[in-house]
Design a protein around this ligand. Sequence first.
Ligand code: C5P
Length: 215
Amino acid sequence: TTPIVVAIDGPAASGKGTLSQRVAQAFGFAHLDTGVLYRAVGLSVLRAGGDPADTAAAAQAALALTPDHPILREVELRTDEAAQAASKVAAVPEVRAALLDFQRRFTQHPPGGAPGSVLDGRDIGTVVCPDASAKLFVTASLEVRAERRLKELRTRGIPAIPSDVLEDMKARDARDSQRAVAPLRPAVDAFVLDTSALSADEVFDQAVAYIGSKT
Ligand code: C5P
């Protein structure tokens, strides 16, 4: 039998990361945060002294990324520098192709022999797993997302200027939704969940009810 796939897409700081972890735990599925893959590729290019927008350098880094690569566990992946580099390598078709293989292998053989997997990202429901059993598109207003990111940065003791956070998020939104390959958009058959006015628990309850009806 083919393992079940739950696809969760959405923009930065929409709440999809927290939701994906909780959903994976509730259903006993393996979880893959696909943004981490793009961040790892971006960070490796920066470390090698390269430019994340350079196709050859980015493609090479993507092909070198294996599931056991130590960079996938580094805390530096959470930095804004890594996020910006990620959204640049993410526009390179060769990078997306290499990571597509990585992600599909994960869904075909979920770690730990789990009966299914939850993948969260930007193009899971549209490109990576168009046949996913359940597709969620998690979103929130730009202001709410910037506020959440600011809180998260402060909790982690990282100083941040509100207007900078908002501008960075706007820039990344624009790059992600306007790129030619696999732009950020809801799949036609996705359940769209606007979390602007919802608590994390309300988001979780709605998601579980929807996924339960699909699997
Ligand atoms: O989700 P996260 O903020 O960690 O993603 C970092 C960047 O990686 C995104 O801004 C996007 O450019 C890219 N990405 C992508 N496709 C995915 C996941 C992430 O293009 N499935």
